[in-house]
Design a protein around this ligand. Structure first.
Ligand SMILES: Nc1ncnc2c1ncn2[C@@H]1O[C@H](COP(=O)(O)OP(=O)(O)OP(=O)(O)O)[C@@H](O)[C@H]1O
Ligand SMILES: [Mg+2]
Length: 264
């Protein structure tokens, strides 16, 4: 807990409530550049709530969110996405009636500069932009090894593959950070292994830090540079995996009735 390197993304003292439920009670988080930062904790601890405050889907009652040192607390989710905060959601968020490639292309829409009108009239700037996106989509398809599934309908794909397409959609945004809520829930061990490899590659090849919520402790311990542990809306530990593994408060929190593979 000693290093105070600059943070790419930072939460300061976030408080969030749903009626009588206090989902976050003054949560702070610092994500270092190029880090894989895992968020763990029992069901209902506030992990998704925290991610939603970072990406702008929830507005905390108090506290600030800083991105690249800039206070983005007032920005909504679309503006944060444009600023470079990419995310994948808990569960499936792809378009089943579109192909893998088309789903990935939808990710570019958030970044379209030429605008809808220009696209409609096929102005040169819009055409150039579209060509650049198509080329970039192919790079993402190659990176995620989706070549043979390029034109397959996502609705007909197995779960793990759909999640990979969703990751491609998030990468199309050319994010400066990627937030993933339980990306491996419901996956087979092979699919988990594949996704873990892509997450490591995203960090190593693109230098994009990844914040992820994950219940599979083997995966978390394996790939994380840092782990923050939440319990009842508060941070109970924040350290490197080796220290988290032996932290008495963390062990107690997990023995206190945590379950595996939870959904919302
Ligand atoms: N939209 C909402 N409306 C009402 N209560 C909510 C809402 N979202 C979360 N909560 C409550 O806030 C608390 C934290 O929930 P959250 O979803 O952030 O937990 P979590 O750590 O992501 O859990 P899980 O591991 O089950 O996904 C819980 O008590 C939950 O019931
Ligand atoms: Mg959750």
């Amino acid at each position: 807990m000693t290093e105070r390197a600059e943070a790419v993304l930072e939460a300061r003292e976030l408080r969030l409530g749903f009626g009588a439920v206090e989902a976050l009670r003054g949560v702070s988080l610092r994500v270092a550049p190029g880090a894989i930062h895992a968020l763990i904790g029992p069901n209902g601890a506030g992990k998704s709530s925290l991610l939603n405050c970072l990406s702008g889907f929830y507005r905390p009652r108090s506290g600030r969110v800083l991105f690249g040192g800039r206070d983005i607390s007032a920005l909504g989710p679309a503006a944060r996405a444009r600023a470079g905060i990419g995310r994948t959601f808990q569960g499936i968020h792809t378009y089943p009636g579109l192909t893998a490639r088309e789903n990935i292309l939808t990710g570019f829409h958030a970044r379209m500069r030429a605008g809808i009108l220009a696209g409609l009239f096929r102005w040169p700037a819009a055409v150039r932009e579209e060509e650049a996106f198509t080329a970039r989509a192919e790079e993402i398809i190659a990176f995620l090894e989706l070549e043979e599934h390029r034109h397959a309908l996502v609705g007909e794909m197995p779960y793990g593959l759909r999640k990979r397409v969703d990751l491609g959609r998030a990468l199309a945004l050319e994010p400066r950070i990627l937030i993933m809520d339980e990306p491996m829930a419901g996956m087979s061990p092979e699919e988990k292994g594949d996704l873990a490899r892509y997450i490591l590659d995203i960090r190593d090849r693109f230098g994009i830090p990844v914040v992820l919520v994950e219940h599979d402790m083997d995966v978390v311990m394996d790939i994380s540079d840092r782990i923050t542990v939440l319990e009842f809306g508060a941070v109970i530990a924040d350290d490197i995996p080796a220290a988290i593994r032996t932290d008495p408060r963390v062990i107690a929190a997990y023995l206190g009735g945590a379950t595996e593979g939870a959904t919302p």
